[in-house]
Design a protein around this ligand. Structure first.
Ligand SMILES: [Fe+2]
Ligand SMILES: [Fe+2]
Length: 204
């Protein structure tokens, strides 16, 4: 991986935390009584962000962890992603007016929150303990792959972002594509990612 990309990228653990924060923040923008168009835009945006995030973890983060650890949390991670994919597929094939739409989205939210809690309290600290010298390079690999995955889906991202924008700028930030823009503004000598996350959490 190029040393420049390595220097500019956040560590993989901070990048995963930032993705989680964006998706969880978007979840909280969802209101049952909002106009259907806004709800659909938000759901489409969140689903796409989850899909890209899950694929990045499965291609880059989990394999790196499997080299140094073998535990239940690691083994159940991909099956849990598959459960989320099943719910995402149901949402995509369901009109927003379906009486089950809200409950299906809330079920997805519960799955994601449970999964994120395990990753943030178990897997990410384990990575920082077991492979600290690989985190920056893995972050660079994830950045490169994210751009590859998000590129072909740019029209989909732009459309869902525009439709969900009225539910708050933060919801739109759930888009995985924005991580690339974030990188461009990151000061290599300071960890703005950590500072942004702390500000996010204090204001939540
Ligand atoms: Fe995951
Ligand atoms: Fe994750």
């Amino acid at each position: 991986m190029s040393s420049l990309l390595s220097q500019l990228s956040p560590s993989i653990t901070n990048m995963i935390r930032l993705d989680h924060t964006h998706v969880l923040t978007a979840f909280h923008q969802y209101e049952v009584g909002s106009p259907d168009r806004l709800k659909k835009g938000l759901v489409d945006n969140v689903c796409l962000a989850i899909e890209i995030h899950a694929q990045l973890e499965e291609e880059i983060f989990y394999p790196a962890m499997r080299v140094v650890a073998d535990n239940e949390h690691l083994r159940k991670s991909t099956p849990e992603h598959d459960e989320m994919r099943g719910l995402i597929s149901r949402l995509r094939n369901m009109p927003v007016t379906d009486p089950a739409y809200d409950d299906t989205f809330f079920e997805l939210m519960r799955h994601v929150m449970h999964h994120v809690a395990d990753e943030e309290t178990l897997l990410l600290p384990a990575a920082e303990r077991l492979i600290p010298d690989q985190l920056q390079d893995l972050g660079a690999q994830m950045t490169k792959r994210r751009l590859e995955l998000a590129g072909p889906r740019a029209p989909e991202l732009a459309s869902s972002m525009a439709r969900s924008m009225s539910m708050g700028t933060l919801a739109a930030m759930g888009s995985a594509a924005l991580a690339g823009a974030f990188l461009l503004t990151r000061n290599r000598h300071g960890d703005r990612l950590g500072a942004a996350r702390r500000r996010f959490n204090r204001s939540a």
